[in-house]
Design a protein around this ligand. Structure first.
Ligand SMILES: *Cc1c(COP(=O)(O)O)cnc(C)c1O
Length: 222
């Protein structure tokens, strides 16, 4: 990765008030250190074991984003240090994060994952499931003081069809606005729409993304 390319991307995100998460999954410690030296602090991983290994060796001021599918039984491993959990896909998982976070006396920031892509393999809730999850959350809020729902995360389909991509991104942003309107009026912390990867981040920003997750563009292909 060239320094120029990183700085350009960083500037582009800054100009658009978008947070850049560098997705370092499968990449070695040295590659992360290289970006860290250039000032990058937000890194994303999607395997718990790999994240634990990296977190234990790398500087403690890195903000670790867990962007993968999270199994309930692994929540306790990342809760002591994780900065943001992107892909919460059930109320049950929210409850488990609450339970583990309480033990560490932390408030964990999370995003709810909306499934919009065509691929069945991608995780997340559909719009109805997402709203139902938020209704449970609302009803239980006084018992859920160790989680803070910051917004939404979505992944568009893996396709070259730019029209389809755009429609899916609009679907994610619309759900984000709907969530805000229905459940988070007057809550300034509800501010995060995590969408956009190496191939589609510019479009994602046009469609309202506030956080992009960029892997291969920064670290090379996996
Ligand atoms: C791997 C991954 C990314 C980064 O993808 P690139 O195309 O390499 O930028 C972003 N989000 C999630 C959830 C991922 O798993």
């Amino acid at each position: 990765m060239s320094q120029d390319k990183y700085h350009q991307l960083k500037e582009y995100c800054k100009d658009n008030k978008v947070t850049l998460v560098a997705v370092s999954k499968t990449k070695p410690i040295a590659a992360i250190e290289e970006l860290y030296a250039l000032g990058q602090r937000d890194f994303g991983e999607n395997y718990v074991q790999e994240l634990l290994e990296k977190q234990s060796t790398l500087p403690k001021d890195i903000q670790w984003h867990y962007i993968g599918h999270l199994q309930s039984n692994k929540v306790k491993m990342i809760v002591p240090f994780v900065h943001l959990i992107h892909a919460v896909d059930s109320f049950k998982l929210l409850q488990e994060i609450e339970k583990q976070a309480a033990k560490y006396n932390r408030v964990i920031d999370v995003l709810l994952q909306l499934h919009v892509a065509e691929e069945e393999t991608k995780y997340g809730m559909d719009e109805n499931e997402l709203m139902t999850c938020l209704e449970y959350y609302s009803a239980q809020q006084q018992n859920l003081t160790h989680i803070r729902i910051r917004g939404i995360m979505g992944m568009a389909s893996f396709t070259d069809d730019t029209l389809q991509l755009r429609v899916e991104m609009q679907q994610i942003f619309t759900a984000f606005r709907q969530m805000k309107k229905s459940f988070f009026i007057g809550k300034p912390y509800f501010d995060t729409c995590s969408m956009g990867m190496s191939g589609d981040y510019k479009m994602a920003i046009e469609e309202g993304s506030t956080m992009v997750r960029i892997g291969s563009m920064l670290f090379g292909s996996r």
